[in-house]
Ligand binder design. Structure first.
Ligand SMILES: [Zn+2]
Length: 414
């Protein structure tokens, strides 16, 4: 592999400047746009971004790649996925399309618990094979870093099995995975009538075992009326912090229950969904380091007619990220570009804000401190090339995959 590469003839380059800190307010509009530029890559890292002539003169010995008018951006960072699972849930999709609500399907034993039963029946090697193909599709859509959660095992053995699958998939060098323990995703069928006992199991057995295994960085909880109460969530997150796992939270997805406020109180890395966040929740996130991660694809796919208040979050000073929520029940897409389209047409975000949210702020929500999500000098050379002359066409020409090439740490991966 060439150690020194110069990617030339990009019609536009977005560097998404600002280091590893979350971008807030007006800073979310700064994509660091450069016209007719070039990117120099050395030993897997961005060495320089600048004018074509300047970099040609500076690095005459570098291997040259002529891109012919594409847009270059940091590799996309998908900071909320459930990418390890068994089968798709097509029968449930059909029920929902006939008007049966998601929470009703869950009460009938469908929803997350359908994936739990299914996951327990799959071997680790089967899950690795399924995951491998799905991650490959994420890469083809421009994603070079993804968070992946457990949460379909819901017992000590199967949760650890999921985390081992994520670890195995993370050995692929073309995509970086960040693992999250989500034992508090739902209540498994065998604990349906004994919810507090399941919380005990998560707190006393699963979190210590996960922490000891070193297989997860984060601990997440699905806090929502009918799922985890604020008190149960607090217990899980307290145990997580005690064991060195960093909190993140599924918060205020369908109904406001103080999830955003609790995430801010725990200094969580992110509060995710926020379709029903309260005014107090917006204020809490705006004055915290917690990234507001919005997943509008989920609400679209579930047929909801409301979206999270991205505009008010950004204007209040919160850092907003976008992610797919890729999962077999409520958001079976790997395409962050279409999530950006939703952000622009439904959430009132600009194309520039959508790109920052899907790159730098995704990385900030995963607490990645190496410059990922940017094309600044020193950052890993994770680069996505989109086959359009103007970056705004990526969300505008919605529904298609515009990603034509991807470099992971300077190596062509797609
Ligand atoms: Zn989720």
């Amino acid at each position: 592999m060439p150690e020194h590469t110069l990617i030339l003839e990009a019609s536009q380059i977005l560097t998404c400047p600002g280091g590893s800190a979350p971008r807030r307010g007006k800073a979310m509009s700064d994509v660091g746009l450069l016209e007719d530029g070039a990117v120099a890559i050395r030993n897997g890292k961005v060495e320089a971004v600048g004018s074509q002539e300047g970099l040609r003169d500076r690095f005459p010995e570098a291997e040259r790649i002529d891109l012919g008018g594409h847009v270059l951006t940091p590799g996309l960072v998908d900071s909320h996925t459930h990418a390890v699972f068994g089968r798709y849930r097509l029968d449930e999709y059909e029920l929902r399309s006939a008007g049966v609500p998601y929470m009703e399907i869950a009460r009938r034993g469908g929803g997350i618990n359908a994936s739990v039963r299914d996951l327990r029946e799959h071997s680790e090697s089967e899950l690795v094979e399924l995951g491998h193909a799905r991650l490959r599709r994420m890469l083809e859509h421009g994603t070079t870093t993804a968070e992946v959660k457990s949460g379909y095992g819901l017992n000590p053995e199967d949760e650890l099995k999921m985390l081992r699958v994520i670890q195995e998939l993370a050995k692929e060098e073309w995509i970086d995975l960040v693992p999250t323990f989500l034992g508090a995703h739902a209540f498994p069928p065998e604990y349906r009538e004994r919810r507090e006992e399941y919380v005990d199991l998560v707190v006393r057995e699963m979190i210590p075992a996960v922490a000891e295994s070193g297989l997860a960085v984060f601990c997440d909880v699905f806090m929502e009326p009918g799922v985890y109460t604020p008190e149960q969530t607090r217990r899980v997150l307290e145990a997580a912090v005690q064991h060195g796992l960093v909190p993140r939270l599924h918060a205020d997805e369908f109904e406001s229950s103080g999830g955003a406020e609790l995430a801010a109180e725990f200094e969580a890395a992110s509060a995710d969904h926020l379709g029903a966040i309260s005014e107090a929740g917006i204020a809490a996130l705006a004055s915290s380091g917690t990234v507001a991660t919005l997943l509008p694809g989920t609400l679209l796919f579930l047929g909801k007619t409301y979206y999270p208040p991205a505009r008010r979050l950004i204007d209040a000073g919160a850092a907003v990220a976008l992610a797919t929520d890729f999962n077999p029940g409520s958001s079976p897409t790997v395409n962050l570009q279409v999530v950006m389209s939703l952000a622009c047409s439904q959430l009132g975000m600009s194309p520039a804000e959508a790109f920052v949210a899907a790159t730098a702020n995704g990385a900030a929500g995963l607490r990645l401190a190496d410059g990922r999500g940017t094309l600044e000098p020193g950052a890993p050379a994770d680069v996505a090339a989109f086959d359009v002359p103007d970056y705004r066409l990526v969300p505008y020409l919605y529904g298609s995959n515009h990603c034509a090439a991807v470099w992971k740490r300077g190596v062509r991966a797609h």
